[in-house]
Ligand binder design. Structure first.
Ligand code: MG
Length: 379
């Protein structure tokens, strides 16, 4: 089998989410936005698909590396793309992720099997946690500690057994403020009681002392983990913090360097729980290497983000991983309706807080090709 064509089709849809100047998502007035579908076509007619907003720029570099390759040579393709990243090009980890996920999708469609079974299945459903958007200044949104407590009650009523707060970051008024973060964490614990698993992802540039304060307060509130309270470029700061807390520190998340950086964090005891998402490291292929690396060191490894690739990886993890991150969630937005380019939600959750492994071939996305064709911007 050979890769015969690579297509990127950009299409429009109406979004009710926007980003602040730091890149954090919030509810927004409905507005036109764009999404792109990557299609990898084989000479035997089987295709693989994935979705990303930002892949068009890299296609000039990608095409010569992929055309004519056997799409089952995912490792060779990934190594070629990874080594080209050193040139500082548009070949970001997100681009590698889109390509790798499309190749896994193609393999699964060719073999009529879901990706998690090709990876080596471990379980058929995973517990989810509800992951909130960052704090804001919207009445009825996530503008006060009590608002977080109220929203947490809604999430528990929906079936979540675990919740992660993203609290206030710049440019929100009054942010960052560790005391206010803890007030929100306390309001949520107070609202949901002792049996719900809780985590915190605060502002990412606190000092060591501020991060230590957060950690000690979260220990009193029986939180399960905290992630990225400081700049992850400073591994020493994370070693320092992890040594002093019983609370588990989960990371790295946004630090560059993928597999190699996570290996360094594990051997240097910079975090208690390792962290990886397909978008952070360039696909399912490298994500599974990190999962197995963590397992070899006896380190828990948790999935970052709600990508469909993460869900398949989670269903193929042995001892390493636990939760699917579902979100981001906010009182004003609806996570339960699929985006218009999909006919079904990729990660539906039952009333007990579990997300089933996708059972369709490949990634199992039920793509609305008519919607995409009718709303093409380019492609
Ligand atoms: Mg995070």
């Amino acid at each position: 089998m050979k890769i015969s064509e690579i297509r990127v089709e950009t299409f429009r849809y109406t979004s009710d989410k926007g980003k602040d100047i730091q890149g954090h998502g919030h509810p927004a007035e409905p507005h036109e936005a764009q999404q792109a579908m990557l299609t990898i076509v084989s000479d035997e007619g089987v295709c693989g698909y994935s979705f990303r907003e930002d892949i068009t720029m890299a296609m000039g570099l990608v095409r010569p590396l992929l055309l004519g390759e056997d799409p089952f040579y995912r490792e060779r393709i990934w190594q070629n793309l990874y080594q080209r990243q050193r040139e500082g090009s548009a070949l970001t980890d997100r681009v590698l992720d889109a390509i790798d996920q499309a190749l896994w999708d193609l393999a699964g469609r060719a073999l009529d099997q879901p990706v998690y079974r090709l990876l080596g299945a471990f379980r058929d459903k995973v517990p989810a946690y509800g992951s909130t958007m960052c704090g804001d200044d919207l009445d009825g949104g996530l503008n006060t500690p009590q608002a977080y407590g109220d929203f947490a009650l809604q999430l528990v009523a929906r079936g979540y057994k675990a919740i992660k707060l993203h609290t206030w970051s710049t440019p929100m008024p009054g942010a960052p403020d560790p005391k206010r973060d803890i007030a929100a964490c306390a309001a949520v614990r107070e609202a949901v009681g002792p049996d719900i698993v809780l985590m915190l992802d605060p502002f990412h540039y606190y000092t060591r002392q501020e991060a230590l304060y957060l950690g000690r307060e979260l220990e009193k509130l029986d939180y399960y983990w905290m992630e990225e309270p400081m700049d992850e470029a400073s591994v020493s700061s994370y070693i320092w913090l992890t040594e002093q807390l019983d609370l588990q520190i989960c990371g790295p998340e946004t630090a560059k360097g993928g597999l190699k950086t996570r290996a360094e964090w594990i051997v240097r005891n910079a975090a208690d729980i390792s962290r990886v998402g397909t978008g952070d490291v360039g696909g399912i292929t490298p994500m599974m290497k990190i999962v197995h690396l963590a397992e070899a060191f006896g380190v828990q490894c948790e999935s970052h983000g709600s990508s469909i690739g993460n869900l398949h990886a989670l269903c193929a993890m042995g001892i390493a991983g636990q939760f699917h991150e579902r979100g981001l969630l906010h009182p004003f937005t609806d996570y339960e309706t699929p985006p218009p380019w999909l006919n079904a939600l990729p990660d539906p959750m039952d009333d007990e807080g579990f997300v089933p492994a996708p059972q369709g071939p490949g990634l199992g996305l039920d793509i609305n090709f008519d919607y995409i064709r009718d709303n093409l911007v380019s492609g």
